[in-house]
Design a protein around this ligand. Structure first.
Ligand code: NIG
Ligand code: FE
Length: 411
């Protein structure tokens, strides 16, 4: 059986990160190749060719097996890659959101047993079927905004069964699972982080390491300290997982030096990162994942994105989708925040949530660019200029999404 072919034709523009390397940094980060009046030809799940309409091979027109998609008036970008989400959760935090709107702070609510721990209660109560339904629903929301690849973290179960069910639910919805076993100390451990880690590494890691690709830790006052984070990450590394850290969200607690020392894939948040941290990260291979929707949602300072890029750091852009600190699944909105709040160009934002995000997930050879040999994931914007991705603040600009060479049903 021959593979199905899909021809996306007459695109006003096709925009893709320039070059072939990953991660992109410095002046390379913002470089975008733009083709006017373009096509993308997909064979099966793979991009076979991209080019100008005038160069479209004429014999294609004679081959009957090509499905066509009209791209006129539209622009195409690579399928967006969300490399940081907490998609596996039950319940919501709308009550807490209202309290925060009236002045309570995120850290106060967390210290009072609300915050992450209230989502832990709801997630444990959801059961595996409930969790699968929740992640599937969240996946549909992301796809509607052009996300064709998402990473999803556990971290709201914090007991063996719910952590493993979360990882399975993420995988079942097509996500890339990360075990966030060190997100908070659950109530049954009464604040004893060491005993909790003993349990998590002894009882959960052996199976979590078979289900997940990476491990993540929340290194912050009120969560896990640097010594505990090191213990957790070293054990996870020894079990074969790639490493990620939530670091410098509220305070600098040594996340960047630890990430560099352990050769983590990324350190994420960085709202509290100072000049020394910027220099340390820039001199390393660790990607700084910026989450401007989270800073906005919590009314926190934005991360020093411009300083990081100018110093030569590799950065990625992600939503941090979760019920407490960033109830936002839209990477286009994050691109707008990148341009308006982080002082990044639309090109830097595009590269940060495509090729560099794919690098964080260990998939830059196959995802994040529109080029022959890449997975045939693309987003058609309903406008003839791809920069609307950042320009149209909160705009409903995604007209069509192609996943693995097939037009997706958007809900
Ligand atoms: O990335 N900071 C830690 N974890 C999540 C928020 C979790 C929550 O509030 O439920 C974050 O912001
Ligand atoms: Fe997060």
């Amino acid at each position: 059986m021959t593979a199905q072919r899909l021809l996306v034709r007459d695109l006003a523009q096709l925009a893709t990160p320039a070059g072939e390397g990953a991660p992109l940094r410095g002046s390379e980060l913002g470089k975008v190749d733009v083709l006017e009046d373009a096509y993308v030809l997909c064979t099966g799940e793979t991009v076979e060719a991209v080019g100008r309409m005038r160069d479209l091979p004429t014999e294609l027109a004679r081959e009957g097996d090509v499905v066509e998609l009209d791209g006129s008036g539209r622009s195409a970008v690579p399928g967006l890659v969300d490399c940081h989400t907490h998609a596996a959760f039950g319940g919501d935090r709308v009550e807490e959101f209202s309290l925060r709107a009236a002045g309570a702070t995120y850290e106060e609510l967390h210290a009072r047993g609300g915050g992450i721990l209230s989502t832990v209660r709801a997630t444990r109560a959801a059961g595996e079927d409930g969790l699968r339904a929740a992640v599937e629903r969240h996946h549909g929301w992301m796809l509607r905004h052009g996300t064709t690849t998402f990473e999803g973290k556990s971290g709201y179960g914090l007991d063996r069964d719910t952590e493993l069910a979360s990882l399975r639910a993420i995988r079942a919805a097509g996500g890339i699972p990360t075990w966030l076993g060190a997100h908070a100390v659950p109530p049954e451990f009464e604040g004893d982080a060491e005993s909790y880690l003993e349990f998590a590494l002894g009882e959960v890691l052996p199976e979590a390491s078979r289900l997940a690709e990476a491990a993540d830790v929340f290194l912050e006052r009120g969560a896990f300290d640097a010594a505990q984070a090191r213990r957790y990450l070293e054990a996870c590394r020894d079990a074969g997982l790639a490493l990620r850290l939530h670091g410098d969200q509220f305070t600098e607690q040594g996340a960047i030096p630890l990430a560099v020392e352990l050769a983590a894939r990324s350190v994420d948040h960085l709202e509290a990162t100072g000049a020394h941290g910027v220099r340390t990260l820039a001199a390393s291979g660790v990607v700084g994942v910026l989450l401007p929707a989270s800073a906005l949602f919590l009314g926190r300072p934005m991360p020093p994105a411009r300083a990081l890029v100018d110093a030569g750091a590799a950065i990625a852009l992600a939503t941090d989708f979760n019920p407490g600190s960033a109830f936002c699944e839209s990477l286009p909105l994050c691109c707008s925040l990148a341009a308006t709040q982080l002082r990044l160009s639309p090109g830097e934002a595009l590269c940060a949530c495509t090729v560099n995000a794919a690098h964080v997930l260990g998939r830059a050879g196959r995802l994040g660019r529109l080029a022959p040999g890449f997975h045939a994931d693309l987003v058609l914007l309903d406008v003839p200029d791809w920069r609307y991705l950042a320009y149209h603040l909160g705009g409903d600009i995604v007209a069509e999404v192609v996943v693995g060479g097939e037009p997706a049903e958007l809900r």
